[in-house]
Design a protein around this ligand. Structure first.
Ligand code: NZQ
Ligand code: ZN
Length: 386
């Protein structure tokens, strides 16, 4: 196992009726900016629950944060934070609302000359100060509720780039699985695939003798495979919704990544598909991941074989053969819950997408994967096959 350091200051408040506990965790003196997305919280009763729980607080609102949150929109909230002296941000919504709020938190405390997107996302400078934030998370997918990351898009340049900073860890996250009853099926599926691929990015690399992290990871995958059909069949199944949500949180709260190599190439290629073609984040991963695994099968074969045996119960003793089976079982699982996994399913020309992504990675001079071997040319091969 490799050396590691772990830090997570986020309090997790999980279960039925927990939105009512909001006031236990925010000081009455705070001036709050409540952020949200396109209005789902006003349809499913979450908005009312939050407003009720915050009676007596000074609360401003900022709605309209889009899926794949846009820098241009978020900077409008930064102006409000600065002008109104807001000193607490409460994100109420999915990963996009929360990621966007993390960015608002950091950008509100950034006083440099460059624009905040250039400084944090393009140059990769790490934020050192942020307005304190917390969330009521409404979509199981990103794990943003228990991590220090966010992914922000910029319309003017068609970019979608991640950032990380400890100062944007949520102080607390309220996870009431009941709020997910209202999710459109497409978003439920996106979230399951996103969680699955998060686990793969951290688990499916090469052996470093980390059995505990591996079994945690495989446990999350196995739980997803068992619970996903239940929520698809019955969206009001509280127990299954709760299990899926906890999988999503644990899928990217970094526990399974401690002391192990990490991949993240599927995500970096997927972000480009979203930036160029607007496909949902979960869809972009479902398209790229099976082809990336095929491309990297030999170097990932031990982990893939273990996955085939532990998650899918495959009794194949030869690692390379078991690895093949794992890859096809993963794609079958995505398809079985209603996720389409080919570029052609989304009317995207694979050759064109492959060229665009290769050119962009070449310009940025980047390579991804646990061995740094997913170069622009390898990404081209993967996308062309997708
Ligand atoms: O905007 P509203 O009206 O709220 O509707 C949203 C949105 O249309 C809706 N929704 C959310 N909760 C709902 C609901 N509808 C009904 N009932 C509910 N309970 O679902 C739609 C999608 O929401 P969004 O927040 O965009 O989805 P998700 O949570 O999947 O977030 C995706 C974003 O997170 C980034 C992705 O790149 C993408 O931008 N990621 C963030 C990560 C992180 N912070 O660590 C890691 C991930 O890999 C991911 O990249
Ligand atoms: Zn993701």
């Amino acid at each position: 196992m490799n050396n590691f350091e772990f830090y997570c200051p986020t309090r997790v408040i999980f279960g039925k009726g927990t939105i009512a506990e909001l006031s236990k965790h925010i000081d009455k003196s705070k001036k709050i900016l409540m952020t949200y997305g396109g209005g789902s919280i006003k349809k499913n009763g979450v908005y009312e629950q939050v407003k009720k729980a915050l009676e007596g607080y000074d609360v401003l609102e900022f709605g309209g944060i889009e899926p794949n949150p846009k820098y241009e929109t978020l900077m409008k909230a930064v102006e409000i934070v600065k002008k109104e002296n807001v000193d607490f941000l409460l994100a109420v919504g999915g990963g996009s609302t929360l990621d966007g709020t993390k960015f608002i938190a950091a950008a509100s405390k950034y006083f440099g000359e460059k624009d905040a997107y250039e400084y944090f996302m393009v140059e990769g400078n790490v934020a050192v100060d942020a307005v304190p934030l917390a969330d009521v998370i409404t979509l199981p997918a990103t794990g943003s509720e228990m991590n220090n990351g966010g992914v922000i898009s910029r319309l003017s340049t068609n970019e979608k780039l991640p950032f990380h900073a400890d100062c944007v860890y949520p102080q607390f996250s309220i996870i009431d699985p009941q709020v997910t009853f209202s999710l459109p099926t497409k978003q439920t599926i996106n979230g399951i695939v996103d969680t699955f691929v998060h686990v793969m990015e951290q688990y499916c690399t090469y052996e470093v003798n980390s059995p505990l992290q591996d079994y945690w990871a495989l446990g999350i995958l196995k739980t997803l495979v068992e619970e996903a059909p239940k929520v698809i069949a019955n969206p009001q199944d509280y127990e299954a919704r709760a299990n899926i949500f906890w999988c999503a949180t644990c899928g990217l709260n970094y526990w399974i990544s401690l002391g192990v190599p990490q991949d993240w190439a599927t995500h970096m290629i997927g972000h480009e598909l979203t930036a160029f073609y607007g496909v949902d984040h979960g869809q972009s991963l479902a398209i790229i991941h099976p082809r990336l695994l095929k491309n990297q099968k030999i170097s990932k074969s031990k982990k893939l074989a273990k996955l085939a045996r532990e998650v899918f119960g495959i009794n194949e003793p030869v690692d390379l053969k078991a690895a093949d089976i794992a890859i096809s079982e993963i794609e079958k699982f995505f398809n079985s819950i209603g996720m389409r996994t080919k570029l052609s399913d989304y009317d995207i020309n694979a050759q064109e997408a492959a060229e665009k992504i290769r050119d962009r990675f070449k310009t940025r001079n980047v390579a991804f994967g646990e061995k740094g071997n997913i170069t622009a040319d390898v990404a081209y091969d993967i996308v062309r096959e997708s």
